[in-house]
Design a protein around this ligand. Structure first.
Ligand code: MN
Length: 270
């Protein structure tokens, strides 16, 4: 059995199928880990969602910012952006089931030697602590009042974690770190505007602020950083949807497979 961690698919279903063929993935024997952002920007969000959902226990996917954007769109809380491409999901006969499935995916996953999150973890969060915080958000997304949470989820404040945070502010910081962050200060103040690999003054890539002895983290969300194979912090967002490639890393031996992608969008988005 092998475990393949796969970068941001963003609706690139044909490339995903090609990638799985290329790395000799066996649906019967192997498992897939997806770093989140299964949907949006690319052309086939609906096929990607149905495919990953139908893998059942054979796949783990963590929530990304585009996944949450689809959920809030489906619930009618957020204005449509003109570059959204998940209309195929919203109009599908099984939209309700697919979006409910997506909404109940984990915020992070930790198993064996690795942890996986879409964007990042703050400097003071051990893997154990981050898992507990992720569960707080997952409970809100899965609970009867999930629509109340979605209404209050967006916003960039507070910028920093504190154990004393409560209510929506507390959950919002967890969501922002795990699905949106690229840079933060050593004390964990997050920055949400810069998308390139170059930190704004005073900030560092989030993974450079982490304690050195924590479990290695696999993440995505950062196409302008691109493929980063440092075992302690592995970025698998190689920008498929921006004309880059889609990447799969076999976690047991860190063998890398990639397929090139057609240029769906001009580079530079998120
Ligand atoms: Mn993302």
């Amino acid at each position: 059995m092998a475990t393949y961690a796969i970068g941001d698919v963003q609706g690139c279903f044909d490339e995903l199928k090609d990638l799985l063929k290329k790395c000799s993935y066996s649906r019967k024997n192997d498992r897939l880990w997806f770093v989140g952002d299964l949907v949006n920007r690319g052309p086939k969000s609906l096929e990607v969602l149905r495919f990953v959902r139908d893998l059942g226990e054979g796949a783990v996917t963590v929530l990304g910012n585009h996944d949450l954007h689809l959920v809030t769109q489906h619930e009618g809380f957020e204005r449509k952006r003109k570059d959204d491409t998940f209309g195929d999901v919203l109009e599908a006969r099984d939209a309700k089931e697919l979006v409910a499935w997506l909404r109940t995916r984990p915020m992070m996953h930790a198993e064996g030697a690795y942890a996986m999150v879409h964007a990042g973890l703050l400097p003071k969060w051990s893997i154990e602590k981050a898992r507990r915080l992720a569960k707080e958000v997952e409970a809100a997304l899965r609970g009867a009042d999930y629509r109340d949470f979605l209404k209050n989820m967006y916003g960039s404040k507070p910028e920093q974690w504190s154990d004393s945070l409560a209510g929506w502010d507390r959950l919002r910081v967890i969501v922002n770190a795990m699905t949106r962050m690229r840079f933060c200060t050593r004390s964990g103040k997050m920055e949400f505007h810069a998308k390139s690999a170059k930190p704004p003054p005073g900030y560092l890539p989030w993974y450079e602020t982490r304690p050195p002895k924590e479990a290695p983290i696999v993440f995505g969300h950062w196409s302008q950083l691109g493929l980063r194979l440092d075992p302690q912090a592995t970025c698998l967002d190689s920008g498929c949807v921006w004309g880059g490639s889609l990447s799969a890393l076999r976690l047991e031996d860190r063998a890398l497979s990639q397929v090139g992608c057609a240029r769906y969008q001009a580079p530079g988005g998120e």
